[in-house]
Design a protein around this ligand. Structure first.
Ligand code: NAI
Ligand code: MG
Length: 480
């Protein structure tokens, strides 16, 4: 296929019922590195959402009726097409949201791995059998598709976020309406075109572009939607949860994080520094699982902070298409928000450990380490979503766990230590969905992924547990 997604001025349409549907109102997609308009996408209205939901509902029973191997084969072909179009997909993601090309290529590879795993899941949907208290009776559970799923995705992972919702849905026989983020719809459109090329029947997956504020509520409250998978801010997650609660439909919410890395007195500092820098700076810190708090044992805090700050000061900053270490933030307004956090922290008594050097014009920010942050400061509590690390000093591991848990978020956390008992205590007591020991906050493509408290609600995504959201459990009693 030919890809013209990122040629300037191209007007794109929604993908509804297997066809491209243009709208009268459109909105530009902006390259954050250059400020250029790289395309126009629909600013959809409720009638467009309705058409997409109807198309999905019409297509879903036929899709669910296919043999699971047939669904798996289409997913396998989709994965192959992502591999064939790896560079175009990566270039599209980088153009629309700014991350480094190498990060976008890594994201395509990750998406391929998740699709391949989920293709296999078509034949692994499982149930249980139970001994019966009545003789001659078979009792078992089975999985049935949840139906038509709304997939609302953020801009920070424009390729993997839609894939992480579409692939498990398709594996089990669901249909999908995708609402990609305003900032990054082009990757989603390209993904769907590849899926149609892979042989997906028309209407099984539809994409409606538009403003979350204008059509988000319409999609979420649409009576034709059976379940909602959302990744994004905690505020919108709460709003979606309220609406879904009213209708008693399931949600899978993947929300923000305030992930802490505790570095114990005996930690291997080479390792801790390398893992913390990598897990805090990837995607310019715009990851839900980014490390954003370093909780440092006071005996090593000076050395640790100085070493991380030196690494941060050595990171080159520039457009994602250049060979630099850190790309732009997604927009000028996102940059301003992050700058506000840094300035507020310094006004509250934090001390910048990095040099605050000049960066190129545009939504760039020098990676910043803030030392002497206190747990009650705003920068230590809210999701900053930028290249900023807060160092909080603690006297012992027990205080470290207390500080790490002093957050409404509960996504991921890490400990760096050689003390096995300290590691196990941390893993047990940290109130997060995921814990890493001597390992940054990086996940793998077949392992459950999710958070607790303000970081998430509903079944975790990725891996075999995805079926808990994308299917309904049915219990069957059979007497001969
Ligand atoms: P957002 O939560 O507003 O947007 C995420 C998605 O939700 C987008 O597709 C958006 O169009 C949609 N949306 C917006 N309002 C909606 C509504 N009423 N109903 C249904 N869908 C709606 O996030 P935004 O504005 O892009 O970023 C704000 C902050 O949220 C970031 O600075 C960051 O702190 C956090 N965030 C966290 C993410 C994560 O990976 N955990 C991803 C994106 C944002
Ligand atoms: Mg928003």
């Amino acid at each position: 296929m030919t890809v013209d997604n990122i040629s300037s001025g191209t007007v794109h349409g929604n993908r509804i019922g297997g066809t491209t549907v243009t709208t009268t109102r459109t909105q530009p997609v902006i390259n954050p590195a250059t400020g250029e308009r790289i395309g126009e996408v629909p600013l959809s209205e409720s009638a467009d959402v309705d058409a997409a939901v109807q198309a999905a509902r019409s297509a879903q029973p036929g899709w669910a009726a296919l043999a699971p191997q047939q669904r798996a084969e289409i997913l396998a072909r989709w994965a192959d097409l992502l591999a064939d179009n790896r560079e175009d997909l990566a270039a599209t993601a980088t153009a629309e949201m700014g991350k480094l090309i190498k990060e976008s290529l890594g994201e395509v590879d990750r998406a391929i791995a998740e699709i391949r795993f989920m293709g296999g899941e078509a034949l692994r949907a499982d149930g249980q059998t139970f001994p019966s208290t009545r003789s001659g009776t078979l009792v078992y559970t089975t999985r049935v598709p949840v139906g038509t799923v709304a997939a609302i995705t953020p801009w920070n992972f424009p390729i993997v976020s839609p894939v992480r919702k579409i692939a498990p849905a398709l594996a089990v026989g669901d249909a999908v309406v995708v609402k990609p983020a305003e900032q990054s719809p082009l990757s989603a459109l390209l993904l769907i075109d590849l899926l149609l090329e892979a042989g997906l029947p028309a209407g099984v997956v539809n994409v409606v572009c538009g403003s979350g504020a204008e059509i988000g509520d319409v999609l979420v409250a649409h009576p034709g939607i059976d379940a909602i998978s959302f990744t994004g801010s905690t505020a919108i997650g709460r709003r979606i949860s309220r609406s879904a609660g009213e209708r008693l439909i399931p949600v899978q919410l993947e929300l923000g994080g305030k992930n802490a890395a505790y570095v114990d007195a005996d930690a291997d500092l080479d390792r801790a520094v390398a893992e913390i820098v990598s897990a805090s700076i990837q995607a310019t810190g715009q990851r839900c699982t980014a490390i954003s708090r370093v909780v440092a044992h006071e005996s090593i805090a000076d050395e640790l902070t100085a070493r991380i700050a030196a690494e941060y000061d050595a990171l080159s900053v520039g457009p994602g298409t250049d060979s630099v270490d850190v790309g732009p933030l997604v927009s000028e307004s996102a940059r301003d928000k992050v700058v506000n956090y840094v300035e507020g922290a310094i006004a509250a008594g934090a001390v910048a450990a990095t040099s605050g050097r000049q960066t190129p014009d545009g939504p760039y920010l020098a990676p910043t380490v803030l030392d002497h942050v206190r747990p009650e400061m705003t920068v230590a509590r809210e999701e900053v979503f930028g290249p900023v690390l807060s160092v909080i000093r603690v006297p012992d591991a027990a205080t470290a766990i207390k500080v790490a848990n002093e957050s409404e978020y509960g996504l991921a956390g890490c400990i760096f230590t050689k003390d096995l008992a300290a590691a196990l205590a941390f893993a047990e007591q940290l109130d997060t969905g995921m814990v890493h020991v001597n390992h940054g906050t990086a996940s793998q493509p077949h392992v459950p992924f999710g958070g607790v408290r303000a970081s998430g609600l509903g079944a975790y995504s990725i891996g075999h547990v995805a079926q808990d959201f994308f299917t309904k459990l049915k219990v069957v009693y059979v007497a001969a």
